[in-house]
Design a protein around this ligand. Structure first.
Ligand SMILES: Cc1cc2nc3c(=O)[nH]c(=O)nc-3n(C[C@H](O)[C@H](O)[C@H](O)COP(=O)(O)O)c2cc1C
Length: 185
């Protein structure tokens, strides 16, 4: 079965990212078409990039990098759950991406963004980054608005239509992750 990692892109205390990622996971596991797993950057505690050699070498010195590498290498595709911070993704998510290289290659990903403007600018920024690490980003995106999909801008209560968008996004992530399989062998 295809393995999809749902990456929680914020680590801030009181973050909304955790409830959004749990919502993605809850709906994803009901589909039964792939193995879905939450990957919380908070559990990896990655520092600022501290590897002496470039990730493209695949030579890692630190145990935190090797652990992160093992986790990402084990997935066929991803859903990035990203907040929008100053029109981009969080620093912690960018660093987590930068730590690795080949582990991301020839996999598919969908973006679930959230923020005042639905995380759309962060999502578009992320798509640029994904191209460089050879991740095929799917067309459908989920855009969660703080004023409409969160009560009092904090408690996550997504509109009914968001579930349909998420289903379409997961359809594409699963089909593209499957289609790219021959390239990963
Ligand atoms: C440092 C920072 C910068 C932000 N910049 C933006 C922004 O440029 N555009 C936007 O729509 N929302 C912005 N927001 C609002 C966040 O997207 C929103 O608070 C979101 O819930 C943050 O994710 P988190 O709770 O998982 O950390 C910003 C929030 C923070 C903390």
């Amino acid at each position: 079965m295809i393995k999809i990692g749902i990456i929680v892109g914020s680590t801030r205390p009181g973050r909304s990212g955790e409830s959004v990622a749990r919502w993605v996971h809850e709906h994803a596991v009901k589909r039964g078409d792939a193995h879905y797993e939450l990957v919380d950057l908070k559990d990896y505690d990655l520092p600022h990039l501290d590897e002496p050699l470039a990730a493209a070498t695949g030579v890692y010195e630190h145990p935190h990098t090797k652990r992160w590498s093992d986790t990402i290498a084990g997935f066929d595709g991803f859903v990035f759950v990203t907040p929008e911070y100053n029109h981009s993704i969080s620093g912690v998510l960018k660093t987590a991406i930068d730590f690795l290289f080949a582990e991301w290659h020839d996999k598919a990903a969908g973006v679930v963004g959230y923020g005042v403007s639905g995380g759309v600018r962060a999502a578009e920024h992320l798509r640029q980054v994904l191209g460089q690490i050879k991740v095929a980003d799917v067309q459908v995106a989920v855009e969660l608005l703080l004023h409409a999909d969160f009560e009092n801008f904090t408690a996550f209560k997504p509109g009914a239509h968001q579930k349909d968008m998420l289903s379409k996004l997961l359809d594409q992530v699963v089909s593209w992750s499957t289609a790219l399989r021959p390239l990963r062998v």
